[in-house]
Design a protein around this ligand. Structure first.
Ligand code: OFO
Length: 172
């Protein structure tokens, strides 16, 4: 059974959102590198890379289901924030927006009785819990250290240890 046009449109829209996420995290990475925080910058660079895998997983799914890929215009992200805490708060707000989008897509898949897409989207529902948790932890850590001093340098070192894992592949 092929996907409804509505469902394909929603996934195409979300492919754009995932690429926008990558774009925004890349901008945040550049801003953090500029502040002299290579660990933060590296962490965010990996975050951007992850978002591309999220987009590609949807892209592959649409093609597998015989849907038509329609790539949309990606807006330019902001280039500056107030400080690292502001960055992480903006990241958290963005992930909350993505969660809302994924939930709405899941609602649509239920409405359309598209069981395969419901199962496909479940991966993203779970992933969003992790995404929001990561940003929440960083917001809390930055608040605790008041975003400065030795605490900031230690957190930078910790974040620099993050390695890229393509979770979309690991799940299959
Ligand atoms: Fe940031 O998560 Fe994609 O979906």
């Amino acid at each position: 059974m092929s996907m409804s046009k509505k469902m394909v449109d929603a996934i195409n829209e979300q492919i754009k959102n995932e690429f926008y996420s990558a774009y925004m995290y890349l901008a945040m990475s550049a801003y953090l590198a500029d502040l002299g925080l290579p660990g933060f910058a590296g962490w965010m660079r990996i975050q951007a890379k992850e978002e591309v895998t999220h987009a590609n997983k949807m892209y592959d799914y649409v093609l597998t289901r015989g849907g038509k890929i329609e790539l949309k215009t990606i807006d330019a992200p902001p280039a500056a924030w107030k400080n690292p805490l502001d960055v992480m708060q903006a990241g958290l707000a963005h992930e909350q927006f993505v969660t809302k989008c994924i939930n709405e897509m899941s609602d649509l898949a239920v409405k359309e009785k598209d069981h395969a897409t419901q199962i496909f989207l479940a991966w993203y529902v779970t992933e969003q819990v992790e995404e929001e948790e990561n940003f929440t932890d960083l917001v809390n850590a930055l608040k605790l250290i008041k975003g400065e001093g030795q605490g900031l340098l230690m957190l930078d070192r910790e974040l620099g240890a993050r390695v890229f894992v393509d979770e979309t592949q690991a799940a299959e």
